[in-house]
Design a protein around this ligand. Structure first.
Ligand code: ASP
Length: 309
């Protein structure tokens, strides 16, 4: 049985010309660390769910990526985070939106799935649930990154909202993170986590915590994690649409993802991409932007870490 893991660290205007060798190396290292953290779980016979959790937590802990530590700033200067996780066998899911000071929002989403009768908790309710279940918190300083603060300051007095990848600053730090995995038992899972979009309205919820939009998993079809302009991914019900094309039209993972990313999302200016797996362990990483931080590894010997088109 082929097992595999694929992950992303955000998509957007990621150009080699605006990258220094040091910066590129540090992104690659971040992707590699997350890939190793998740893939190790699969090699040890662990579940796809635990693999996506491990990979996503690793990316959340890395200040370079816009999730957990290093999240972008909302219009009021706060850092609100969204995350979700879904398992394809039971089709259980957990999600949190607009949470603050949670070290690993994806861990909180996982606990919502495991320890509550609900799928999604938001804001204060989610933070109260975290306190009840001993989820680690951090002070504001932990989440602060000068780069994202400067990005936000550039935009603060406008009504603009931006993918953090697309705010033009010399040093680029990006973006939403997520993973999809297939384990040795043929079970699949996906997880996504983000600080959202720079200068967003506080209380704004993107696709990353919406099951069916930014994250979806169903053993019959696929497990998907998305990144990009969240409003469009919500309107396109992007992750679920990949599953629908596979289930109702019999398309392969690759073909279904290609149609959603390069046709359906493009038609509504939905910039971004997604990573996915199916229950046979096939993987795909597809984006319509200049680049997407991405990585994959499979028990059939494939391993790839890439950034640009
Ligand atoms: N999809 C995320 C959101 O809209 C942003 C991103 O992927 O960079 O919140």
């Amino acid at each position: 049985m082929t097992y595999s893991l694929t992950l992303h660290g955000g998509a957007g205007t990621i150009l080699k010309s605006s990258m220094t060798p040091e910066l590129e190396a540090s992104y690659r290292l971040g992707l590699e660390e997350a890939l190793d953290a998740g893939y190790r779980v699969l090699t040890g016979g662990g579940t796809a769910l635990d693999a996506v959790l491990a990979a996503t937590c690793s990316l959340e802990d890395n200040i370079r990526f816009n999730a957990g530590r290093g999240s972008v700033f909302a219009k009021d200067g706060s850092q609100e985070m969204d995350a979700s996780i879904m398992e394809g066998k039971s089709m259980m899911a957990g999600a949190v939106s607009a949470v603050k000071n949670i070290r690993n929002p994806v861990e909180l989403a996982y606990q919502v799935m495991m320890k509550s009768p609900h799928v999604m908790l938001i804001g204060k309710g989610a933070n109260d649930f975290a306190a009840l279940h001993g989820i680690p918190l951090e002070h504001d300083e932990y989440f602060f990154s000068q780069f994202r603060y400067d990005q936000w300051k550039q935009m603060q007095n406008s009504d603009d909202v931006a993918l953090d990848h697309n705010v033009a600053l010399t040093e680029q730090k990006k973006g939403t993170v997520g993973a999809a995995a297939c384990d040795v038992h043929g079970n699949i899972a996906a997880a996504t986590s983000t600080g959202g979009m720079t200068n967003k309205q506080w209380g704004r919820v993107g696709d990353s915590s919406i099951i069916g939009a930014g994250t979806y998993a169903n053993n019959k079809t696929c497990a998907i994690s998305c990144t990009g302009h969240g409003e469009m991914f919500i309107r396109a019900v992007a992750a679920y649409d990949v599953s629908c094309l596979m289930e109702y039209k019999g398309y392969s993972l690759q073909k279904a993802m290609d149609i959603v990313v390069n046709e359906k999302l493009m038609a509504i200016d939905g910039e971004g991409g997604m990573v996915g797996v199916d229950a046979m362990g096939n993987t795909a990483m597809i984006f319509n932007s200049e680049g997407m931080y991405r990585a994959m590894q499979s028990s059939n010997g494939e391993r790839e870490i890439a950034i640009y088109k």
